[in-house]
Design a protein around this ligand. Structure first.
Ligand code: CP
Ligand code: NVA
Length: 308
């Protein structure tokens, strides 16, 4: 079963094939109205369930449009409206949904929910974000980097801010695609040790540097994300803002990276917190390409999951 649960659980060869397919599909659609079907319809006759236990704009819309472009049909479900949110087990939900649909994409809180869904479903399951990881986002980010700068292998990526779920999937990608990764942020918000060890075990250089100016020296890409994620308690907000203020991406920080360094943010952004508007809208930024590439990357993931 081709579940797409995480980047470190998917082989580098399969990841590369998906990225290349995403580039090719994007090229093939250039200039076409968004509502038109792709020439190839590998998902014809397929039904896809998109389950959201947390809010979403990009994941929801890009999966819905992507499935339709590939000829499939979707149903978008909110976790709180399902019996899942009212005590039915994940295992039973997975077995029931597998009788109706050909693939399940789920955005949830605990990683355990995703893993249990995958264990009991008899159809492929895609991780649309958990508290711990966000692999679809980073697949789109690899597509984005490579369309602007060529192969990401051997480049230096710097993550600044909170070592959160998106950062975790970037570390997985560092190991699988072979790029160096530096984390800069306050020690309490370091990425999980397990993910740093994973990337290092693949032979890439992973550094943790508390000084953001030193961290971005030689960077080909600077990435950040919200200072407070959807699963973080509201009470963490003020402390987080104080801890993370020195790690804001602004023009001063960007000046210390390579002159052609790109800037990424998975969005939604809190402008003038984690990144200034000058950076978000400036010449280094590719944030809206990242958002678009969710569509192309996920179409490749869907096809891989369904063996198409
Ligand atoms: N980047 C991302 O996953 O956005 P949404 O929360 O809008 O889906
Ligand atoms: N780290 C953010 C990503 C949102 C797409 C969150 O989990 O809220």
């Amino acid at each position: 079963m081709n579940h797409f649960l995480d980047i470190h659980k998917t082989s580098p060869a399969d990841l590369r094939q998906m990225i290349d397919n995403a580039h090719a599909m994007k090229q093939a659609r250039k200039g076409q109205p968004k509502g038109t079907a792709d020439t190839a319809q590998p998902l014809a006759g397929q039904m896809v369930a998109l389950i959201f236990e947390k809010p979403s704009t990009r994941t929801r819309v890009s999966f819905d449009v992507g499935v339709r472009q590939l000829g499939g049909q979707t149903m978008v479900l909110s976790g709180s409206d399902m019996q899942l949110g009212h005590g039915e087990t994940i295992a039973d939900t997975a077995r029931v949904l597998s009788r109706y649909v050909d693939l399940i994409m789920i955005r949830t809180f605990e990683e355990e929910t995703l893993l249990e869904m995958a264990e009991y479903a008899s159809v492929p399951v895609i991780n649309g974000l958990t508290n711990r990881t966000h692999p679809c986002q980073i697949m789109a980010d690899i597509v984005t980097f490579e369309e602007h700068r060529g192969p990401i292998t051997g480049k230096k990526v710097v993550w600044t801010g909170d070592g959160n779920n998106v950062c975790a999937s970037f570390l997985h990608a560092a190991g699988q695609f072979g790029f160096d990764f530096t984390f800069t942020g306050p020690a309490p918000l370091d990425p999980e040790r397990e993910w740093i060890d994973f990337a290092r075990a693949q032979g890439v250089n992973v550094e943790v540097e508390r000084d953001p100016i030193k961290a971005v020296a030689g960077a080909d890409l600077i990435v950040t994300d919200t200072w407070v994620s959807m699963h973080d308690p509201e009470s963490a907000k003020e402390r987080r803002h104080n801890q993370l203020r020195p790690y804001q991406v602004n023009e001063e920080l960007m000046r210390h990276a390579n002159p052609d360094a790109l800037f990424m943010h998975c969005l939604p952004a809190h402008r003038n917190d984690e990144a200034t508007s000058e950076i978000m809208d400036g010449p280094h930024s590719v944030v809206f390409d990242e958002a678009e590439n969710r569509l192309h990357a996920q179409k490749a993931i869907l096809q891989w999951c369904l063996g198409k």
